[in-house]
Design a protein around this ligand. Structure first.
Ligand code: F6R
Length: 263
């Protein structure tokens, strides 16, 4: 696991965007997995900038989003559909036919989820999945107790997550309690994972996921089982890491020898 500790949110965003751009440039038809929430917003801004200024081309890419609220219409201002189109898809040249976001309005959840998994496979699997992390250590909406082998399915959000998400809703009663999310097993099948964390509020979750035991109680800890993970954390999010200095040293060595010595 590569742990990149950067100064602040801007550097985290820039680092993540560079990793995504590298993937896309090496394989223009990449299958990219995207996340929502506050954390990746800066990354998306930087990708938009790279598209406009540096010609980063998304026209051959396919995208799959991690999750979507259940029973929230895609046109709702807080749906993850709206989020993705407003903050990224409308501003880059991705083909709308190649965008997949779970359908929170589906009448047949089980079939929808099985089909979502099938579509990811048919696309050749995810080349790179971008992840945020919840304060309870969730990735996607795989809340504590989610099976580490779980697949795309309907999940009940933890109270803490509902409270955290309430900041985006005018009427607190509107905050969804359920979401369709890729499972931990689905996420682990991506060829490359990039997890972002910013701010001290995430420090405990980051510590438990990187340096704690692998446990379904902290689903981000399952990333320890994956051969190609980069965690990009700012100073605040990395502040509780025991081996912080070593991670910084590894990155310096990687720079010096121009090699991936940390993975
Ligand atoms: C969003 C998602 C969630 C968020 C997490 C952190 O698609 O899957 O796991 O990444 O809840 O959210 P923020 O970034 O808002 O702190």
């Amino acid at each position: 696991m590569r742990v990149v500790i950067v100064k602040d949110y801007e550097q985290m965003s820039r680092t993540a965007a560079l990793l995504i751009a590298k993937q896309l440039r090496s394989k223009p038809s990449s299958v990219l997995g995207f996340a929502t929430g506050s954390t990746p917003l800066g990354t998306y801004k930087e990708l938009i900038r790279m598209h406009r200024r540096e010609g980063l081309d998304f026209s051959h890419a396919r995208t799959f989003n991690l999750d979507e609220y259940f029973r929230l219409d895609p046109s709702h201002p807080q749906s993850y559909h709206t989020f993705m189109f407003e903050n990224l898809f409308n501003k880059i040249n991705v083909n709308p036919d190649r965008i997949s976001i779970p359908d929170g309005m589906t009448e047949d959840v089980e079939n929808f989820c099985a089909d979502y998994e099938r579509r990811i496979k048919q696309a050749g699997g995810l080349d790179l999945q971008l992840l945020g992390i919840g304060r309870d250590g969730h990735v996607g909406f795989n809340e504590p107790g989610s099976s580490l082998g779980s697949r795309t399915r309907l999940k009940t959000l933890a109270e803490e997550t509902v409270r955290d998400n309430a900041r985006f809703f005018k009427d607190k009663k509107e905050v969804p309690r359920l979401a369709i999310t890729m499972g931990v097993g689905t996420i682990l099948e991506a060829r490359q994972l990039v997890m972002l964390a910013s701010g001290e509020g995430k420090a405990d979750a980051v510590k438990r996921s990187i340096e704690g035991p692998v446990t379904a109680q902290v689903t981000a800890s399952a990333l320890q089982l994956h051969p190609s993970v980069t965690v990009v954390a700012d100073e605040g999010a990395a502040s509780l890491l025991m081996h912080r200095r070593y991670y910084v040293y590894v990155e310096k060595m990687a720079e010096k020898y121009e090699a991936d010595v940390g993975i």
